[in-house]
Design a protein around this ligand. Structure first.
Ligand code: SF4
Length: 258
């Protein structure tokens, strides 16, 4: 295979249907993710299992799909009537920290989808640009916030944006009237990291919606005696906080179990 061929990242299709709750359709226009989350990252585990990447080091070197816009020009007219919400992204991060080319492509994708009348939902551990306030449709902009402790953030999400910077960018969009949301998932048990959920909720109380979910695929969680009680208590706290502050909420499956 030539060197050029090895570097190519050509896909046959981009938009696909999903059963996950953020959107009924999704697209992942990048292979890999330099955020390198250690929770672990489900997308990395799947990419490794299906031989899309051979190692964690390769996963950390993101590759934009080369034919994003030709594919979108074919697929958006085809799916526009069917899509309620197009989610970016399940298997990578659309606003990858330190990758302006990926961020630019994501904003262009959202704009193009909106021009076709397709509403988008976005979730990132990067910095959402303020231009998103000027998109043709009202999209839903979200960030993941599982801690306010920058040391724990660096341990678990080593390549992602610093937490306060991430929150401030979302807050700026909220101040511009955008619909904003927070994903508090995967939330750690106290044996992994002891922290104050009330403080975290207060910091993100500007958001329109909060999603709360437990940590999966990590043996330290099940090693924590009473982990289900812990998650039940946290989930109830999130519900009470959201009710009090008139914030929409969603508790992920398997988090509140009684
Ligand atoms: S940001 Fe998402 S896709 Fe990227 S490494 Fe972290 S969990 Fe995986």
């Amino acid at each position: 295979m030539s060197e050029k061929k090895e570097c190519e990242n050509i896909r046959k299709s981009l938009i696909y249907k999903t059963a996950v709750e953020y959107g009924d359709y999704t697209l992942n226009h990048v292979t890999g993710c330099s955020h390198g989350c250690k929770y672990p990252c489900y997308a990395y585990m799947m990419a490794k299992r299906f031989k899309k990447v051979s190692s964690y080091e390769e996963w950390l070197q993101p590759k934009l799909v080369d034919n994003i816009f030709p594919l979108l020009s074919k697929e958006l007219p085809k799916y526009r009537e069917k899509i309620k919400t197009l989610h970016l992204c399940f298997s990578t991060d659309p606003y990858m920290y330190g990758h302006p080319e990926i961020c630019r492509a994501s904003t262009q994708i959202i704009e193009k989808a909106n021009v076709f009348g397709v509403h988008c939902s976005v979730l990132t551990k990067g910095i959402l640009p303020i231009e998103l306030a000027n998109m043709p449709l009202e999209n839903e902009y979200g960030i993941t916030v599982v801690t306010l402790d920058e040391n724990f953030r660096m341990e678990m999400e080593p390549g992602a944006a610093p937490m306060e910077e991430r929150i401030r960018a979302l807050e700026a969009l909220s101040e511009q009237g955008c619909y904003t949301w927070i994903s508090i998932e995967p939330y750690p048990t106290p044996n992994i990291h002891e922290q104050n959920l009330d403080q975290l909720l207060e910091r993100v109380s500007f958001a329109n919606r909060i999603i709360f979910g437990r940590l999966h695929y990590n043996k330290q969680v099940t090693a924590y005696k009473g982990y289900q009680d812990f998650y039940n208590t946290c989930a109830k706290k999130v519900i009470a906080f959201c009710d009090e502050h008139e914030i929409d909420y969603h508790i992920k499956k398997g988090t509140l179990v009684e």
